[in-house]
Design a protein around this ligand. Structure first.
Ligand SMILES: NC(=O)c1ccc[n+]([C@@H]2O[C@H](COP(=O)([O-])OP(=O)(O)OC[C@H]3O[C@@H](n4cnc5c(N)ncnc54)[C@H](OP(=O)(O)O)[C@@H]3O)[C@@H](O)[C@H]2O)c1
Length: 324
């Protein structure tokens, strides 16, 4: 396997950290761009990552940062915007994604991997998030061709150590005693393990059959949101009754939470849940990857099993404290 010079945009996030590690373990040289090196200081000591300060929204800075790489991977994405009219999503998912592709073509980066989302569709998706992700995909493919070989990945919701999905529900469940009101509880997902997603990214780099392709990525099973939250509660050792909200109350909850600090749930999130996030054709088949189920992975980072596995660390830390 050839060692590549790879630049990741959005590499400081959940997927990016796992991907940087996977690529490093395969012998690649990885640079992660961030606007805020200080905020991600802990990454400076991770051997797999070369963290570089760059405002990716400045075209000249971006061009300088991407020049000379063999592969660019764009993972940048947002689930919420500061605005309420889609312009924030458009800036990140369409304008920036298009610019990355244009620059790759201009400076001669031969390979671009682009992260989108299952259900992304510029014309028909119900939310700004999914519509702009769909438009971004199309723009990237259009701008890059024919010089830059593009592969697009469209996963369902992703779980794994450090995720925002399972961990966020676990956090909310801990905060709310006894009964937990759940919006959009009938929405269906095929949660996909981050380890499988990053393997597909890494495998695609030197696979010419993936050029110009878009891969939907799903885990092996489909669950309703209620089933996922019940599983999360069980795994975290929390006894909670899940109360499924009807459509009207789900919408009201979204309107209220849209204005809470950190936007834990928004009207746009609510709109995204109006379509199921499940695959018609699972792209893992192309890579010969058998996706892992939640049941095999989530207990390793949430709940009793995870705590037991951390016992040696706890003991070491305790001994350290006692010994000064
Ligand atoms: N997680 C999922 O369940 C899931 C499912 C389907 C698709 N995806 C897609 O996968 C990608 C990665 O997801 P993730 O869960 O790893 O997200 P994440 O943890 O929130 O990380 C997002 C990354 O994007 C960067 N970023 C965010 N807003 C930015 C902006 N305005 N300008 C420049 N950089 C910005 C962040 O950089 P800083 O930290 O430096 O600000 C961070 O590195 C996203 O495109 C997401 O839409 C995720």
């Amino acid at each position: 396997m050839t060692s590549r010079n790879i630049c990741i945009l959005g590499g400081t996030g959940f997927v990016g950290r796992h991907l940087a590690n996977e690529l490093y373990n395969r012998g690649h040289r990885v640079t992660v761009l961030t606007a805020n090196r200080e905020r991600h200081r802990e990454l400076l000591v991770v051997p797999s990552v070369r963290l570089r300060n760059a405002n990716v929204h400045d075209p000249e800075v971006l061009e300088r940062a991407l020049r000379g790489h063999d592969v660019v991977i764009n993972l940048i994405g947002i689930l919420n915007e500061r605005e309420h009219d889609g312009s924030g999503f458009h800036r990140v998912h369409v304008k920036l994604a298009r610019r990355v592709a244009e620059i790759c073509r201009r400076v001669g980066v031969p390979r671009l991997l682009h992260m989108s989302s299952l259900g992304a569709d510029p014309g028909h998706a119900p939310s700004y998030y999914l519509r702009t992700k769909g438009e971004g995909e199309n723009q990237v493919v259009l701008q890059a061709r024919p010089e830059v070989k593009v592969t697009v990945f469209r996963p369902s919701v992703i779980f794994g150590p450090g995720d925002t999905f399972i961990n966020r529900f676990a956090g909310l469940l801990r905060m709310v005693p006894l009964a937990f009101p759940l919006a959009c509880h009938r929405s269906r997902y095929a949660p996909v393990y981050v380890g499988d997603v990053v393997r597909a990214f890494a495998d695609s780099i030197d696979d010419p059959h993936t050029w110009g392709e878009r891969y939907d990525l799903c885990g092996p099973h489909t669950y309703t949101l209620r089933e996922i939250v019940e599983f999360t509660a069980r795994t975290a050792g929390l006894r909670r009754r899940i109360i499924g909200l009807n459509d009207l109350l789900s919408r009201v909850q979204a309107y209220v939470m849209e204005f809470l600090p950190g936007k834990p749930f928004s009207v746009d999130n609510y709109m995204s849940t109006r379509i199921d996030s499940v695959c018609r054709r699972n792209g893992f088949a192309h890579f010969g990857i058998e996706p892992q189920p939640m049941e095999a992975i989530v207990p390793t980072y949430l709940g009793a099993l995870a705590a037991r596995e951390r016992y040696p660390d706890f003991r070491r830390e305790a001994r350290h404290d006692w010994n000064g």
